[in-house]
Design a protein around this ligand. Sequence first.
Ligand code: NAD
Ligand code: ISE
Length: 335
Amino acid sequence: MTVRIGVVGTGMIGQDHIRRITDVVTGAEVVAVTDVDIARAERVASGVGARALPTGQDVITDPLVDAVVVTSWGPTHAEYVLAAIAAGKHVFCEKPLATTAEDCLRIVEAEQAHGRRLVQVGFMRRYDQGYRAMKRVLDDGDLGAPLLMHCVHRNPTVPEAYHSEMATQDTAVHEIDTIRWLLADEIVSAQVLTPRRTTRRFEHLQDPQVMLFETASGVRADVEVFVNCQYGYDIQCETVGETGTVRLPDPADVWLRQSGRLSSGVLQDWKRRFAAAFDLEFVEWVAAVREGTLTGPGAWDGYAAAVVCDTTVEALHSGRAVEVRMKDRPAFYES
Ligand code: NAD
Ligand code: ISE
C-alpha cells in the first residue's frame, strides 16, 4: 500500500520533506499540500503532481490523504496535530509539537483518548548514525553508568527575529530530546549561564548561552548554544561514563594537505549536517505508518521537551537553577 501524504506548510523544511518523500522514500507519495501563502503551495504542488488545497483542515480531512506532515510555523502545530488525531490519521509534526506545554498535554490526552499512537515529532537526531552508535554504546553498559554529558550546538549566524528564548525553544530543544533519549532518563532541573556576549550578534540577543541540566539519576549535562559562531554549523556531544567516554564523530570529510596546512571542511547548515538522518526518519516513519506501529519520538517526548524548554527559559530569566515540574508519564507511553 502506498501511503498518501498531505503536507501542511510548504516553507523551507516542508519543501525539503516533500522532496524526500518523493525522491528518497519508497511506498509514499505527496498527494495534497497547503500553505497560508497559497501561491507557494500551488508552486510546490505542481512540482510533484499534488493538489494545493485552501487550508490545513482541508488537507487533514481529505479522504485521499492517509497521513499528515505538519511543517508550518510552530504556533500552528497544535491545531493541526489535534485535527489529525480527530480524523484518526497518523501525523508527523516538525518540532516543536506545540509552543506551550499545555497544548502538548492536550495532544497527549487526545491521543490517549483515541487509543493508539498516531503522533510522531521531528526530533531527527534519533536517526543520525553517530547518535545511534553512541546510544548503542551507552545501552551496552560497557562504560558503566553515565556521569556527565558535554554538548555543543553552534550555528554560523541567526536572523534578527531570533531572540534569546529561542536558544532554548528552537535550538537546544534538540539536545533536550537527545539527552532524554540517550540516557533514558528525565531532566529534573535547568540553569542557564550567560557568558560575555559576542559582538557578532543583534543587540537584543544573549549569545552564547550555557545550559546546565540535571537528570533524575544525577547525570549533569552542559549544553553550549552559540548561534553566531561565524565559522559553521557544529554539533558535538560527549558522554562520560565510569570507565571511559563516547563522543559523536564529526561528519566525514577529506583531509587536505596543502601549502603547509592540514585542513578539512566544516558544514554550514543543519540541512546538510542531518540530511541522512532526515531521510532515515521518513523512511522509518512511512514504514511504521504502513504497519500501524509507531516507534519514533512521540507526543510524550514533545510534551517533555516543552516542559524542559519552559523551565530553561524561566531559568534564563531568573538566573537560578529551576526544578522541572512534569506530569507522570502515563502507561500508554511506556517502552
Ligand atoms: P518556514 O517559515 O520556511 O516555513 C513555514 C511555512 O509555514 C511557511 O511557508 C508559512 O507560510 C507556512 N504557514 C504558516 N502558518 C501556516 C498555517 N496556519 N497553515 C499553513 N501554513 C502555514 O519555516 P521552516 O524553517 O520550514 O520551519 C517550519 C517548522 O520546522 C518549524 O516548526 C521549525 O521549528 C521546524 N524546523 C525543524 C528543523 C529540524 O532540524 N528538525 C529545522 C528547521 C525547521
Ligand atoms: C533550527 O530550527 C533547527 O532546528 C536546527 O536544527 C538548529 O540548529 C537551529 O538552531 C534552529 O534554528
